[in-house]
Design a protein around this ligand. Structure first.
Ligand code: HEM
Length: 367
């Protein structure tokens, strides 16, 4: 195949996946329909992730007025926001809870899209951009966790970055030094310190949100251009109008999500209900406290990492990442029933590791 042919083929492929000629009011708004079936609730999940992302942007901008990204002031500024800024504790709690709920809804969205075969032609790039969004969402959580500069966050980040360096032990020749170099680029200095905080801050508030805006733009545009996928049936028996029927139902779900966030976010000075923890400030001279753990959304990989040799986890993660990206091609001919079974198995694994990972770890270690 010569270059001209390659460019022609790529152009045709992209034109089929992003048919911009359909970008008109009639096909994107008036004619858009949503199939009705027993997995229809899955169609709310992408919208819910979008809602939590918008909450993150608004509350994040509010926190920026007071947060100080320096190792000497970060913890005190978060404490000040929580205790002295009017409604500051509420805003901080909502930001923290919405991050967890955004990740949970993105994971459920991924599983329901998989179960409904929503990645099938012509939606392959909708899926691939979704996988990128998942990666960016995890990176937002990882970088945000360090910002309050408390001892659990700093030590957990150190362990996370050390794990990257250890990858080098399993790579051949000159490549074995790449993970160490990557770690140093992220860390910015010999140990986790001011340079790391500045980098995580820049990533968390500018670079990753901009990346999400770009990738999400493509993701949502392709969803609009192709309409909703068929769901659990090749030929859905019933459909409902997206505007206004499904859209109003979407808004109702957002309303409930807002109320849940508000209740979770209520804290001092409005009486403490579910305050998001702010641990002791990091003390560089202090010893590493026990029980350092990442946020719950990393438990699915954290506990296996504690129990199995690193190479097993690395190989497993590389395979998982590859399979996720190549899902539209690997599972092209898989029946919807098999896809539902795989999605349920993956969902059960995530829930078991998140809720009982600690108990399983102690059971297997015999402690
Ligand atoms: C920041 C994260 C994400 C946001 C805000 C988001 C948002 C959305 C929205 C609003 C929709 C349309 C409504 C729906 O079907 O739920 C959608 C559809 C879709 N998303 Fe996502 N998404 C995200 C991540 C993902 C991930 C991780 C995947 C899978 C790897 C994915 C794959 C898809 C697919 C295949 C569709 C088409 C669904 C259909 O046609 O039925 N998305 N997304």
């Amino acid at each position: 195949m010569n270059l001209k042919e390659l460019l022609n083929r790529s152009g045709t492929y992209l034109a089929e996946r992003l048919p911009v000629e359909k970008m008109n009011y009639a096909s994107m708004v008036k004619k858009k329909e949503v199939p009705v079936h027993r997995l229809s609730w899955g169609y709310y999940m992408g919208g819910l992730a979008l809602f939590f992302f918008m909450v993150q942007i608004v509350t994040g901008l509010m926190l920026l007025f007071y947060y100080q990204p320096t190792v000497s002031e970060a913890h005190a500024s978060v404490e000040y926001i929580t205790e002295h800024v009017p409604a500051g504790g509420l805003v901080r709690n909502i930001h923290s809870w919405a991050s967890s709920l955004m990740i949970a809804s993105v994971l459920v969205h991924l599983l329901t899209c998989f179960a409904m075969k929503a990645y099938a032609k012509p939606r392959e790039l909708t899926w691939v951009t979704g996988v990128l969004l998942l990666g960016i969402t995890f990176a937002l959580g990882f970088t945000g966790y360090l910002l309050p500069w408390h001892q659990i966050a700093v030590n957990a980040t150190k362990i996370g970055l050390e794990t990257i360096e250890k990858v080098g032990d399993y790579l051949p020749g000159a490549m074995s030094d790449w993970p160490r170099q990557i770690k140093e680029i992220i860390q910015g200095e010999a140990s986790v310190g001011q340079a790391t905080l500045s980098r995580f801050f820049a990533l968390h508030v500018i670079i990753l949100p901009l990346a999400i805006f770009g990738v999400l733009g493509f993701h949502l545009l392709s969803v609009q251009l192709h309409g909703m996928s068929k769901g659990i049936d090749e030929n859905p028996r019933r459909q409902e109008k997206f505007f206004p029927t499904f859209f109003l139902k979407d808004l109702r779900v957002w309303g409930v999500a807002f109320m849940v966030l508000f209740v979770l976010g209520l804290c001092l000075p409005f009486e403490s209900l579910f305050p998001y923890p702010l641990f002791e400030p990091f003390d560089p001279k202090g010893s590493t406290p026990d029980g350092i753990k990442p946020e719950w959304y990393f438990f699915w990989i954290y506990y296996p990492l504690e129990l199995l040799p690193l190479w097993v986890i690395l190989l497993g993660s590389a395979i998982l990442g590859g399979v996720l990206l190549a899902t539209p091609w690997i599972f092209k001919n898989t029946s919807r029933k098999t896809l539902r079974i795989i999605a349920i198995a993956a969902g059960v694994y995530l829930v078991v590791m998140t809720v009982w990972g600690d108990a399983i770890y102690h059971l297997l270690k015999g402690q």
